[in-house]
Design a protein around this ligand. Structure first.
Ligand code: HEM
Length: 380
């Protein structure tokens, strides 16, 4: 039930977690208001977290996620033209076939790490598809996603990791810049072609902007979705009666996924930097402060959700907070929802029960929270 969040919401909803350091907002209303105010709660201020100095060249420099208005708006509008609901829906048959291949490899009554065998490869394959990755690249691409997702958790002191991550970034850049150039010459029916073609008022995306967006997809779209799928299966193990209900009513899987998003949001906190002193619920936060907007706590706020610590897939209404709020609202939300829904539909069509065979190992990140490994036995 996250007692620390509950205590903070009750007694110190706007607090500085350590003297001279990070601040945290924990109430739903305060978190939502901060997301809605990018003029004061800036995303550009956190650029160095996504690309620390040891990385040298910054592959995310033109990413919308580290931009404030007005630059953010230009990029987001251009990308949104290529990233349409129709383009996402077009992926459903591919997602289903990836999920089926993975699920067929899971043997009934045999122990498996669900993260490694299903939750990770499913979104990884989808992003590979978006990159127009050729199938011979699968093994290399696995290393790309692992290395790139580990950038923010790697410190200046972990020098043994730096060379390998820098080499990965160079390799990805070489590969992706070839794909972008190739699609400029010969557009095909895929997302990279849509990105290079997109025009708004005569403006287009530069190669650097297309590349930054492709890099961003790995960071923003992989681990988050891995955790959504893992949390879903973990919660099904804890509440096996839901498996029977969902097997009987597959059309309710989407509703189940919504409650997983609220109950265990993949992203627990996102940091902003204040551009000037500002007052939140009577507390003054100084200029230049790093402020964590705690989505994980907002989603358990009893002022907003009745019985917030109860998992209840029959809740009314949609809660978009797990995907952020305001101008940076997750561009991948429809895709993430689709991947989780289809992935679970496929798993539930094949298995009736999952029993844990060991403890779930959790990651320790403040941003993306979820299982690293989840050993279990699926039963037919
Ligand atoms: C932004 C969550 C999956 C692409 C965000 C933000 C959140 C989020 C909270 C806001 C960041 C901010 O305000 O600083 C999630 C969760 C996911 C998920 C919980 C899965 C369960 C995906 C997927 C993609 C994606 C699958 C694409 C393949 C993006 C992009 C942004 C973003 C491009 C930046 C939007 C902007 O800055 O305007 N996501 N995400 N996400 N997400 Fe997701």
């Amino acid at each position: 039930p996250y007692p620390v969040y509950a205590e903070l919401r009750r007694s110190a909803p706007v607090c500085q977690v350590e003297p001279g350091g990070l601040w945290a907002l924990t109430r739903f209303e305060d978190v939502a208001a901060a997301f809605k105010n990018p003029q004061v709660f800036s995303s550009a201020g956190v650029r160095t977290t996504t690309a620390p100095p040891w990385l040298g060249h910054n592959p995310f420099s033109e990413s919308m996620i580290v931009m404030d208005p007005p630059h953010h708006m230009r990029l987001r509008t251009l990308v949104s033209r290529a990233w349409t609901p129709a383009a996402v829906n077009r992926l459903e048959p591919r997602i289903r076939s990836f999920a089926q291949v993975l699920a067929e490899r899971l043997s009934p009554e045999r122990e498996v790490d669900l993260v490694d065998a299903f939750a990770m490869p499913l979104p990884a394959s989808v992003i590979g598809e978006l990159f127009a990755l050729d199938p011979t690249m699968t093994a290399r691409y696995k290393r790309w996603s692992v290395d790139l997702s580990s950038v923010s958790g790697t410190t200046e002191k972990d020098t043994h990791r730096h060379d390998s991550i820098r080499a990965t970034v160079r390799e990805m850049e070489d590969y992706l810049s070839n794909v972008v150039a190739e699609r400029r010459r010969h557009p095909q029916d895929d997302m990279v072609s849509d990105l290079v073609k997109t025009r708004v008022d005569g403006e287009a995306l530069s190669d650097a902007e297309v590349m930054s967006f492709l890099f961003l997809l790995v960071v923003a779209g992989l681990e988050t979705t891995v955790q959504l799928v893992s949390h879903s299966v973990r919660l099904l193990m804890e509440q096996p009666h839901l498996i029977a209900r969902l097997r009987e009513n597959p059309s309710q899987v989407g509703r189940f996924v919504e409650e997983v998003l609220r109950y265990e949001p993949s992203v627990h906190g996102l940091v902003r930097v204040t551009t000037k002193a500002t007052e939140v619920s009577g507390v003054v936060i100084p200029e230049g402060a790093r402020v964590a907007l705690m989505i994980g706590s907002a989603c358990r706020d009893g002022e907003r959700f009745k019985d917030p610590d109860t998992f209840d897939m029959d809740r009314e209404g949609v809660n978009n907070m797990p995907f952020g709020h305001g101008i940076h609202f997750c561009l991948g939300a429809p895709l993430a929802r689709l991947e989780a829904r289809v992935g679970l539909e496929v798993l539930l069509s094949r298995f009736t029960r999952f029993t844990p065979t060991g403890p779930v190992k959790w990651n320790t990140s403040l941003t993306v929270r979820g299982p690293l490994t989840m050993p279990l036995i699926p039963h037919a």
